[in-house]
Design a protein around this ligand. Structure first.
Ligand code: PLP
Length: 366
């Protein structure tokens, strides 16, 4: 069963979401959910604490096996368990992999408006950010976005070394088709660009069969791609610190062998064991959560229509982050490319969503 915590319980949490703002603020920008974690994960962690199993992370072959089985079951994606590596989080995974392919001053491509930390990762690498912004379109009567494949090709041709692809795309809430991803793989192959496919939100698709893992699309994708992911978003485990890096070709594997050993050892044992529990025994739980989040995005959409008709929720296809157009109010921003928009975290109780809309109504007006 999925349970979202009450506000008094949440205020006792010590995480960033509940410490960053004054007590009277509903902290919806931070991407943590207010859900109680899956029972299978809770008992795995309690078991470790009870046995004082709190040391360093060493060999963890069960994580590769668990991820591989999850990927096959969910998406029909064949992952070699021995090619699943760990890093402390997705940010570190993306940075450490990029380091193997770039020198300071090189250029890295993103598709804005995108998860803000992509910019901080690029800065940390002392690289230059290049953007091929997502294109706003209308499809079947809804406003959505698509990749600018021509813009991506121009960027590749201009010499970018790495493309950090947010697949599926946060904050726009869109998923990519096999055709789009195949085109990216072909182009990256032609121009020798490394594609880092950040798939952290992928277990939370409302319709799980729609997700296309980048490395599953073609031989070209496997030659140019690394997938980075984690159980941290879908099972709400960000504080436990364990991400996965997946490669699927000898070309990429030979590079990843150059990763410093510390990338593995800095990862948390708790995070790794929690990830194993999530991928092995948290499947039903995550399915139920995804169904509930789909219902919540409809609730959010209805509330916005009713109380703030000048705003617009871009329908998300996964997860708990809604891209809300507030341009008509002159408020809101999510980085320079997201001016006039807010990212609304609806991974919380219905009561808090309703209260948040009520507060927004008082500010944005009628
Ligand atoms: C696309 C994307 N990548 C990475 C992260 C962060 O992952 P981690 O905490 O493992 O670095 C987030 C968090 O919201 C995200 O949305």
């Amino acid at each position: 069963m999925i349970t979202f915590s009450s506000l008094p319980e949440l205020r006792r949490r010590k995480s960033e979401k509940w410490r960053r703002f004054p007590a009277d603020v509903l902290p919806l920008p931070v991407a943590e959910m207010d859900v109680e974690i899956a029972p299978a994960i809770k008992s795995a962690l309690i078991d470790m604490v009870e046995r004082s199993d709190t040391g360093y992370l060493g060999l963890i072959p069960e994580l590769g096996t668990a991820f591989s089985s999850f990927a096959m079951d969910r998406w029909g994606w064949q992952v070699d368990p021995t090619r699943v590596r760990v890093a402390v989080d997705v940010g570190v995974a993306a940075i450490e992999v990029s380091r193997l392919f770039v020198n300071p001053g090189d250029r890295i491509l993103v598709n804005s408006p995108v998860y803000q930390n992509f910019y901080t990762w690029i800065k940390e690498l002392h690289c230059e950010m290049v953007d091929a912004p997502m294109i706003e379109i209308e499809r079947d009567g809804i406003r959505t976005h698509r990749l600018d494949l021509e813009g991506i090709e121009r960027a590749y041709a201009s010499g970018v070394k790495v493309h950090i692809l947010c697949n599926p795309h946060n904050p726009l809430g869109v998923i990519f088709t096999r055709e789009e991803l195949s085109t990216i793989a072909d182009l990256a192959h032609r121009y020798q660009v490394l594609v880092i496919s950040d798939e952290i939100h992928s277990p939370l698709l409302y319709n799980s069969s729609e997700f296309v893992p980048f490395l599953s699309v073609s031989e070209q994708a496997r030659e140019v791609g690394v997938a980075v992911t984690s159980a941290s978003k879908a099972w709400n485990l960000a504080g436990l610190k364990c991400a996965q890096l997946i490669s699927a070709s000898e070309r990429i594997e030979s590079k990843l062998r150059l990763l410093p050993e510390a990338v593995h050892f800095r990862t948390s044992l708790f995070g790794a064991i929690a990830a194993v529990a999530a991928y092995e025994n948290g499947r039903e739980w995550v399915n139920e959560l995804a169904r509930d989040l789909d219902r919540k995005q409809r609730l959010l959409n209805d509330l916005l229509h009713q109380h703030l008709p000048t705003t617009y929720l871009h329908k998300p296809f996964f997860g708990y982050l809604g891209w809300v157009d507030l341009r008509s109010s002159g408020l809101g921003t999510y980085g320079p490319a997201g001016k006039g928009f807010v990212r609304f975290n609806f991974g919380t109780s219905d009561e808090i969503i309703i209260e948040a809309i009520d507060r927004m109504k008082k500010v944005v007006g009628h």
